[in-house]
Design a protein around this ligand. Structure first.
Ligand SMILES: NC(=O)c1ccc[n+]([C@@H]2O[C@H](COP(=O)([O-])OP(=O)(O)OC[C@H]3O[C@@H](n4cnc5c(N)ncnc54)[C@H](O)[C@@H]3O)[C@@H](O)[C@H]2O)c1
Length: 258
């Protein structure tokens, strides 16, 4: 433990598995106090207990980020258990991939509800506390889908583009109040979400090999590699980084043709 995040009280969403869990572990190892929320309360409780066993100060609640009242209640619980929040990592998100004209009303709604409105619900609930304390940081986990398009992944990239828009908007709006709002854009990361994506193809092994081949280094990121960047961005080590994003994709989005 190096304590790069000592004094940070961070709400992390979607922390029961994948990138969110890796971020929670990395932040705890750097001395942050954490409040974790997820739809999957059971898995979250197990992971929170494991973190507490390392000596970390960690609270948790089962909550759906789409439900603004549930988010507000989680933020109030966080204040009681770990102190008033001064940072937020909006990580919870879902893949909703379709051909545009085949996209159902329900898919559109679910995509924007979770990937955009959920993140806004959390910003709206935590920002007043951050501002009242003279400032803090928000990190939105976007994606390379926030500025590039893969056919047949509609409408996920639209929601991630909008998340980047919200990052810039809030970053500008509250810069004078000491708030930094940034986004982290991972490419492919080895989580359940990506395994589910490969499994959606008739030959999952071939789909996986195809993904690896797309990458200049021949591999995809681990969740821990994304968490390293998240720790830096939520820390005080980049005090003038605001209203922008950092891509962590091994060069995937820069290479024009493999
Ligand atoms: N895995 C990747 O390749 C990849 C790449 C780029 C960006 N991302 C982004 O990173 C974030 C995390 O992705 P992941 O791969 O770790 O996903 P994951 O599916 O492994 O984990 C997501 C977690 O969020 C929780 N969650 C989902 N909807 C929720 C809701 N409405 N309220 C509360 N919790 C909810 C889930 O229960 C789960 O624990 C997402 O925003 C995703 O879009 C992932």
């Amino acid at each position: 433990m190096v304590n790069r995040l000592s004094g940070k009280r961070i709400l992390v969403t979607g922390a029961a598995q994948g990138i969110g869990l890796a971020i929670a572990k990395a932040c705890a190892a750097e001395g942050a106090s954490l409040f974790l929320i997820d739809l999957d309360g059971e898995r979250l409780a197990t992971e929170a207990a494991a973190l507490q066993a390392t000596g970390a100060k960690v609270g948790h609640a089962e909550a759906n980020i789409v439900d603004a009242a549930a988010v507000a209640s989680a933020v109030a619980q966080a204040a009681r258990e770990i102190g008033q929040l001064n940072a937020l990592i909006n990580n919870a998100g879902v893949n909703v991939f379709a051909e545009p004209l085949q996209t159902s009303e329900e898919e559109w709604q679910r995509c924007f509800d979770i990937n955009l409105k959920g993140a806004w619900n959390c910003c709206r609930a935590v920002l007043p506390d951050i501002i009242a304390q003279g400032g803090g940081a928000i990190l939105n986990i976007a994606s390379t889908h926030a500025f590039t398009i893969i056919p047949h992944t509609f409408p996920y990239p639209l929601a991630k583009h909008a998340l980047l828009g919200m990052t810039k908007s809030l970053g500008i709006e509250y810069a004078g109040k000491g708030v930094r709002v940034n986004a982290l854009a991972p490419g492919y990361v080895a989580t359940q979400k990506v395994i589910d994506y490969w499994n959606s193809f008739p030959d999952p092994e071939a789909a996986k090999a195809e993904t690896m081949k797309l990458h200049p280094g021949g591999r995809i990121a681990t969740p821990e590699e994304i968490a390293l960047a998240a720790v830096f961005m939520i820390s005080d080590e980049c005090p003038f980084m605001n209203a922008t994003y950092l891509t962590v994709d091994g060069g995937l989005s820069v290479q024009q043709h493999p």
